[in-house]
Design a protein around this ligand. Structure first.
Ligand SMILES: CC(C)(COP(=O)(O)OP(=O)(O)OC[C@H]1O[C@@H](n2cnc3c(N)ncnc32)[C@H](O)[C@@H]1OP(=O)(O)O)[C@@H](O)C(=O)NCCC(=O)NCCS
Length: 129
């Protein structure tokens, strides 16, 4: 679903190094999403292509329960920055719906090489004004 992922998602040391950098970066806010006391995913605020942006990832076992929508609602209530931006592959209908439910609207499109899919993928850029 998510097109723009790490080059080598199965490499644990690369994963840990990547997350080490994220957690050490004071410009990034990342929070753990809990559902019934269990870790269900993460949500983050960071700069992407020079714009304040958000992103999230939910464990597959928790999909379809409204977890991403509620996590994004709670995260947005803490963030004062507007406008805010997000990107989702054009065929990532679940993520586009989550963003739409939280007030984001499509404001542009882009494309880039997807390591996850091994091909160029089109994505929407969404804005929360
Ligand atoms: C996308 C993702 C975050 C959704 O998480 P989730 O907790 O299942 O989302 P929610 O349950 O809050 O909402 C999903 C919405 O999308 C809809 N949806 C899901 N799959 C869909 C599909 N294939 N077609 C149309 N709508 C779809 C659901 O019906 C729901 O909308 P509704 O409440 O109006 O019924 C989750 O699948 C995920 O983490 N995917 C992998 C990583 C990823 O893609 N991250 C985002 C990168 S931009």
């Amino acid at each position: 679903m998510a097109a723009f992922t790490a080059k080598d998602p199965d490499n644990r040391s690369a994963f840990m190094a990547h997350w080490g950098k994220i957690l050490d970066d004071e410009g990034i806010t990342v929070q753990t999403i809990l559902f019934d006391g269990q870790i269900a995913g993460h949500i983050a605020y960071f700069q992407q292509f020079g714009k304040p942006s958000i992103s999230y990832w939910i464990d597959r076992g928790h999909w379809g329960k409204g977890v991403a929508t509620e996590a994004l609602r709670q995260f947005l209530a803490q963030l004062v920055t507007r406008p805010l931006y997000a990107r989702a592959a054009k065929d990532n209908l679940g993520s586009l719906r989550v963003l739409e439910k939280c007030g984001f609207r499509i404001c542009g499109a882009d494309k880039g090489f997807s390591h996850a899919r091994g091909e160029e993928v089109e994505e929407y850029i969404l804005e929360l004004a």
